[in-house]
Write a protein that binds this ligand. Structure first.
Ligand code: ZN
Ligand code: ZN
Length: 231
């Protein structure tokens, strides 16, 4: 896929869209990677503390093991994601997935299968494809782990933009299913679930619950960016 993308799309900076290397020198200066002491659940920096979790994760009961975010969803990262999701800059998947895979490798995570958060049929029709699947397939190639399309949306879900944490949890509950016939494939497997942005974690949590309920051993969540707000 990478070869095809590189053939059709000239190299551009994944953060500002300028032709040339990715990230370009200008964006490189403004990119802040998440590092240091991080929450053992959602992966955000928690500074100098003896606590293992951020305040938000202390009150949550997420089903997944841990999130591995590369960036905060802000500044040049936000712009790059916007280009990727809404402006047709598919080649951004190459830069983004490399960074996401690097994060998984650095954390020493061993997994058996990679999958991704399913997009709703309506949004799939609007945008033409699932961005998370593109990231997942590329990460799978880098990590040499099979990427399998395991999950499906059922019914209609309202867009999440203006919903609170509780509203999102309620809205997504029961709307994710394991595709038929995949129980044997995930049984006792360590799964990496890929999504682009982690906001409240409602969707990633629901997907994880479905995977675990159907026999997966554990779920790790790989995301490009995590929001600072609303959690
Ligand atoms: Zn740039
Ligand atoms: Zn946390």
């Amino acid at each position: 896929m990478e070869k095809i993308i590189e053939f059709f799309f000239p190299p551009r900076c994944a953060f500002c869209g300028r032709l040339g290397k990715s990230p370009c020198d200008n964006c490189k200066k403004n990119i802040k990677f998440i590092s240091g002491n991080t929450c053992q659940k959602c992966g955000i920096p928690i500074g100098d503390t003896t606590l293992l979790f951020c305040p938000s994760c202390l009150r949550e009961n997420f089903a997944f093991e841990r999130v591995f975010p590369v960036f905060y969803y802000e500044g040049v990262v936000r712009r790059g994601v916007h280009l990727f999701k809404y402006r047709g800059f598919y080649q951004n998947a190459i830069t983004f997935s490399r960074l996401m895979a690097k994060k998984i490798i650095e954390a020493g995570i061993n997994a058996d299968i990679i999958t991704f958060v399913p997009t709703s049929y309506e949004r799939f029709l609007q945008r033409g494809f699932n961005h998370s699947s593109l990231l997942a397939k590329n990460i799978g190639k880098i990590l040499k782990i099979p990427t399998v399309d395991l999950l499906a949306r059922v019914g209609f879900t309202k867009p999440f933009y203006n919903l609170s944490r509780q509203e999102r949890q309620k809205e997504i509950k029961g709307k994710i299913e394991l595709k038929k016939g995949y129980e044997n494939i995930i049984k006792d497997k360590r799964v990496i679930l890929v999504d682009d942005i982690f906001t409240t974690g409602a969707t990633a949590n629901e997907c994880s619950k479905v995977l675990l309920k159907n026999g997966a051993k554990c779920v790790f969540v790989s995301v490009l960016a995590i929001t600072k707000l609303t959690r």
